[in-house]
Design a protein around this ligand. Structure first.
Ligand SMILES: *Cc1c(COP(=O)(O)O)cnc(C)c1O
Length: 428
């Protein structure tokens, strides 16, 4: 690894949401262990992002590594068409045991976005089986469901990163985002917009899709659980299936194993991803009710028409199993609630900072909403120089640290955020 390699990367390799002309330079990570990323120059920085919500138990985890090694000795991959294998079966048994009884059939796929495509395709086929051509999906503004086309079509149409493709995307329905936040009182008027949309289009809507409680990249909002309850009542009344996207929130991040548990509302389809393999290999899952699966299977087509080449990759399934085994010790509960208490103690007071408009905390998620946008290049440099890895976007500085983070390291993350807020040069 030399300077030339970094230059090669800069010149030839796309990074997420980046440019090929003068991109913001990437930092080279040589290795990672626990809560630390080790940079090329040997410096260890504290990870505040869990590699986008996924490395919940930290990097290079001995139990996860062991599961991978054990599986690789047997086989890294085998096609899933006409073949099954023990790791996939074990994983699906785990997923069924962890989710509500209603969710009974599992489709394993490659990534979060694909699990959303799968969920939406399932509902289109579901309605076709019932002899109806339903194409519309209803969601709320400020959502984010991924970067593939169907997923983009239900992500926020105005302020999202997908605005550029607007003309190409199927036109779906967007109700207003509830204003009642998680910790405040429920305002009954918050359901009006959604109610109007579902009433008016009830015979055209194939499904409702939502991120339960926490809206991620669409704005890092935490909304009131009653909103989900009201939505469930409306979906039941109009017999419209409900999809929950728990790709970011699943596996404990919000303080409950699944975010929908905050509202006690069970969806008809559930999408999982990100933390499922503890941040090791891409894997996602779409779980559905038996009713939906059977309706699709009883149609003329008889089959659900999707089947990725690397479906149920054994390495990914094996490591997901190990990840779930760690979660089943329930240690995550104290870890997440300790993080939540410390964020409440040390991050929440930032609400009084002159350039902060809101501070939001839920489980192991801390969000500082600023009155101005960050300068990505400078703030990233600042964070790394100060020994932390935090990747804000727009005016949002947020942390989703690994559950294993200790008090000292979390304090450090928070202190560096405070220092950044006081440095005018890091903002636009
Ligand atoms: C990350 C994310 C996705 C997309 O998952 P990928 O694995 O990046 O395709 C979808 N929905 C939510 C809520 C996410 O956070």
């Amino acid at each position: 690894m030399n300077q030339f390699d970094i230059f090669f990367d800069y010149k030839h390799i796309w990074h997420p949401y980046s440019s090929m002309i003068n991109p913001i330079p990437s930092y080279c990570v040589k290795s990672a262990k626990g809560i630390y990323l080790k940079l090329k120059n040997g410096k260890n920085i504290i990870d505040g992002m869990s590699s986008w919500w996924s490395a919940i138990h930290g990097y290079n985890h001995p139990i996860l590594n062991k599961a991978l090694k054990k599986q690789i000795k047997k086989m890294s991959h085998v096609m899933f068409g006409g073949i099954t294998h023990p790791s996939a079966i074990a994983l699906c048994q785990q997923l069924i045991s962890l989710t509500p009884k209603k969710l009974d059939c599992i489709f394993l796929c490659d990534s979060g976005s694909v699990s959303i495509e799968v969920a939406m395709k399932m509902l289109i086929q579901y309605w076709q089986s019932l002899g109806q051509k339903r194409r519309l999906f209803l969601t709320i503004k400020n959502g984010y469901h991924g970067d593939t086309f169907a997923a983009m079509s239900v992500s926020d149409p105005e302020n999202s990163i997908h605005k550029i493709y607007n003309n190409l995307l199927p036109k779906n329905l967007f109700a207003n985002t509830p204003k009642s936040s998680f910790h405040k009182n429920w305002n009954t008027s918050d359901i009006i917009s959604f109610k109007e949309k579902i009433e008016k289009n009830s015979l055209k809507i194939a499904g409702v899709i939502l991120e339960p409680i926490v809206q991620g990249v669409g704005g890092m909002n935490f909304y009131h659980p009653t909103f989900l309850k009201e939505i469930k009542i409306l979906c039941d009344y109009y017999r419209i299936p409900l999809i929950f996207d728990e790709i970011a929130t699943g596996f404990g991040r919000t303080g409950k194993f699944f975010a929908f548990e905050h509202a006690n509302v069970v969806p008809d389809i559930l999408c999982l991803g990100k933390a499922m393999t503890g941040g090791t290999i891409t894997l996602a899952a779409t779980l559905s009710s038996r009713h939906i699966a059977n309706t699709i299977s009883e149609s003329n087509v008889k089959c659900f028409m999707h089947g990725p080449t690397y479906m149920a990759n054994p390495l990914a399934c094996a490591v997901a199993n190990a990840n779930i085994k760690i979660l089943k010790t329930n240690e995550w509960k104290t870890q997440v609630s300790d993080i939540e208490s410390q964020l409440s103690k040390n991050l929440l007071p930032l609400i009084n900072h002159p350039y902060v408009t809101d501070v939001r905390i839920l489980g192991a998620i801390g969000v500082v909403e600023c009155s101005r946008s960050v300068n990505m290049f400078l703030i990233q440099k600042f964070f790394v120089k100060n020994g932390v890895w935090i990747r804000p976007f727009k005016n949002l500085i947020y942390i989703v640290p690994p559950y294993i983070i200790n008090t000292y390291a979390l304090k450090k993350l928070i202190n560096v955020i405070i220092e950044a807020l006081d440095d005018n040069s890091l903002f636009i």
